[in-house]
Design a protein around this ligand. Structure first.
Ligand code: KG4
Ligand code: ZN
Length: 337
């Protein structure tokens, strides 16, 4: 089934053509307009989606070398995300479905992230645990069978990616913070400052990153002068290691508790090469099978949405034209009708 995927939930406008697990094209346009504001401005995001979505869609068709008339199904993110941004994608998907007379399905953005790794030949074995770490979410999900998601851990405050973005802002590193912190941390010493690792002693799988962010803020304020480049590098490396330690430890706890041997990683923070290396090292020691999406499939993209849509369309699901955007959509309410 040749699926057109559409993703407009935040600040990436993306369209993709996916056939089963084969990506034929995956065009992603990251909106630069937000950089000078240090975070995503919702109104600017929806305006940029309106301007960019159709050209990006045409580019996706051209790259895949197929015509619009060859599309057999449409998958679009309908939540969670920014209401105005989601609306742009949803309106285009509904209109195209009517015009082309093909089925369409609304997709949960988080399910798209979880299934990004299945866009390859190596499929995770059920049941598995997925760690989702993005700008808006930090979740541990137990995936018992296809389309059956149970959240077993979540952040009680900031998401991991959000912590990267906020700490980068404190350090004057710009937006988005994740790549900026990763870059400068390469020159830093991660043992220089011992930042807190929250909730590690408790017997639960939840996360908390706001204390860590505040701790970085107090550390910077305690310096007599603005931090030097080397100090910024040391703070970045120490902060990054604190986040990674928690993610590693909680993932191991979840795998042990649920007796799973497959671990899937998902979300923008998984682009971090330090994180990728440390997880790879950990799974070798513990004999766990790790499923890592390629870096471009970690951050928001339409191929992962097309993939999730494919699973639901093949399952016979069809979304109704009454389906509206759901900015707070939960993973356990993925049924789209
Ligand atoms: O999954 P994503 O593209 O969007 C959401 O669904 O939120 O994730 C974006 C998040 C941002 O917070 C960004 O700072 C973070 O992923 N990120 C990274 C890296 N690249 C992106 N965090 C750490 N290291 C990176 N290399
Ligand atoms: Zn995302």
């Amino acid at each position: 089934m040749t699926i057109l995927g559409i993703e407009t939930s935040c600040d990436e406008t993306s369209a993709a053509i996916v056939d089963g697990i084969r990506i034929k094209s995956n065009i992603i346009s990251t909106q630069m307009v937000h950089q000078e504001y240090g975070g995503v401005v919702p109104e600017f995001a929806s305006r940029a989606h309106i301007r960019q979505l159709l050209p990006i869609m045409h580019q996706a068709l051209e790259t895949a070398n197929i015509k619009l008339s060859q599309i057999q199904g449409i998958a679009v993110t309908y939540g969670p995300g920014l209401a105005g941004s989601l609306l742009v994608g949803l309106c285009v998907a509904k209109s195209l479905s009517l015009q082309l007379e093909v089925p369409w399905v609304g997709v949960n953005h988080i399910e798209g992230h979880i299934l990004a790794t299945t866009l390859s030949n190596r499929q995770p074995a059920y049941p598995y645990v997925c760690l989702v770490v993005s700008g808006g979410h930090t979740l541990l999900v137990y995936v018992k069978k296809p389309m059956d998601y149970k959240i077993i851990g979540r952040t009680i405050d900031d998401a991991a990616g959000e912590a990267f973005d906020k700490v980068a802002k404190i350090l004057g590193l710009g937006f988005p913070g994740g790549p900026a912190i990763e870059n400068i941390a390469r020159q830093g010493d991660h043992t220089k400052i011992r930042f807190p690792r929250a909730l590690l002693d408790k017997n639960n799988l939840d996360f908390s990153f706001s204390g860590l962010k505040t701790s970085v803020l107090y550390h910077v304020k305690s310096l007599k002068q603005p931090p030097s480049i080397q100090q910024i590098a040391d703070i970045s490396a120490s902060f990054q290691q604190a986040v990674l330690d928690v993610l590693l430890k909680k993932s191991i706890m979840a795998l042990q508790r649920l007796q799973c041997s497959d671990l899937v990683l998902a979300g923008g923070v998984i682009r971090n090469s330090n994180l990728r290396d440390q997880f790879q090292k950990m799974v070798k020691e513990k004999k766990i099978k790790l499923h890592l999406p390629s870096p471009e499939l970690c951050t928001d993209n339409a191929a992962m949405i097309a993939r999730a849509g494919h699973v639901h369309l093949e399952n016979g699901e069809r979304s109704s034209f009454n389906l509206d955007v759901n900015p707070n959509l939960c993973l356990d309410h993925t049924v789209t009708n």
